[in-house]
Design a protein around this ligand. Structure first.
Ligand code: SAH
Ligand code: MG
Length: 204
């Protein structure tokens, strides 16, 4: 991946270790041959930078979906809360300005299409045929499962499903993404690889 973007990623707010970001980038490079890339959970654009770089270099786009109001686990008082992403006017989380800035400063505005909205409400108005679907939105079980059921059918045959924060051991993290991964396997997705908490599966 582009050295400048890699360096930029190290300065970007977010929840994606570099090794996982690079694995995501690699998956994006491969999947771009099949169709556009889509992620649920933009936050400040860290994973969008890895996927957007792949989309740009292979001539496709990344669609990134988020309501930008944060997940349960990023609200004030929770483990992953960052007071810098709170809008002082409203007192609510607003990560959209951070995402815009990430895309502006990396030159990815022409490649990354930003959709602001609730993920299950957005899915029916976005076309299918996706090369890659990355699920990294809310991590409560009902929310994560709703993302899977809303979007999995948008993948093209041979496309890649990427799920973040998959921990088999509950001592390491919440179990919802692992339950989504198990559901995907039960639905016929074929496990391809694991990098840290990032799991890749292929749509049959
Ligand atoms: N991929 C990011 C991290 C995403 S954090 C990174 O690399 O850093 C999870 C994001 O999911 C939050 O920004 C939150 O606002 C968003 N989110 C949670 N539930 C959502 C929903 N129902 N619809 C849209 N976005 C949602
Ligand atoms: Mg994550």
């Amino acid at each position: 991946m582009d050295a400048r973007l890699r360096e930029f990623a190290r300065q970007t707010k977010g929840f994606m270790p570099e090794a996982e970001g690079l694995a995501l980038h690699q998956a994006g490079m491969e999947a771009s041959a099949i169709g556009p890339l889509l992620e649920v959970g933009s936050y400040c654009g860290l994973s969008a930078l890895y996927l957007g770089s792949a989309a740009r270099d292979s001539g496709t786009v990344l669609i990134t979906v988020d309501h930008h109001r944060g997940s349960e686990e990023t609200q004030p008082g929770w483990e992953h809360h960052d007071p810098e992403v709170v809008d002082p006017r409203s007192g609510r989380i607003d990560t959209l300005p951070f995402l815009r800035r990430t895309l502006e400063e990396t030159g990815l505005e022409g490649t990354v299409i930003v959709i602001v909205g609730d993920s299950p409400a957005v899915s029916p108005v976005v076309a299918g045929g996706l090369g890659l679907l990355f699920i990294d939105g809310g991590h409560a079980l009902d929310v994560a499962m709703a993302d899977y059921t809303a979007w999995a059918g948008h993948l093209a045959a041979g496309g890649l499903l990427a799920i973040h924060d998959v921990f088999e051991d509950s001592a390491e993290g919440g179990q919802a993404p692992f339950e989504v991964w198990q559901r995907a396997v039960a639905d016929g997705f074929v496990p391809v690889s694991t990098t840290g908490s990032l799991r890749l599966l292929r749509h049959h």
